[in-house]
Design a binder for this molecule. Sequence first.
Ligand code: HEC
Length: 139
Amino acid sequence: MRLKYTIVIGAMFLGLNMNCQNTPKKVSANLAESMEEGKLIYNDFCISCHMADGEGAGAIFPPLANSDYLKNKQIESIKAVKYGMSGEILVNGKTYNSVMSPMGLSDQEVADVMNYINNSWGNDYGEFYAKSDISKIKP
Ligand code: HEC
């Protein structure tokens, strides 16, 4: 009886301990993985307007690299990718007034592409997004 009890407690402790050690590792591995997926999505869906290095194009397509809009308006940016965007916005002091149609991405794909654009081209924005974080954001 006593031995059994000890084993159960021991197993619980081990489980708890492993959990703690795994947490930070898992997050960074997930970010790298998510960014890899995000890059594929970016190259398929975003690159034609926002360009390979996120620099945007002309007066119509705003930059994502070094974008103060993306940096300061994470929720609005996620909404833009999920639901599309139109009307006047200010990016790095320049006014854009055009339309980005929704691309029909899944919440997981939005999470991956956000993790990619937030952490590429010198950007260090936002936090790590999982599918569940994106699901919570409504129009
Ligand atoms: C057909 C062209 C087009 C495509 C494709 C496109 N965008 Fe956009 N995007 C725009 C335009 C135009 C705006 C500005 C809309 C406005 O003026 O209201 C914009 C705005 C944004 C913004 C907010 C402004 C900024 O520069 O920080 C983000 C973030 C963004 N797009 C991300 C993406 C991502 C991620 C994808 C791919 C999943 C994507 N876009 C695909 C045209 C496009």
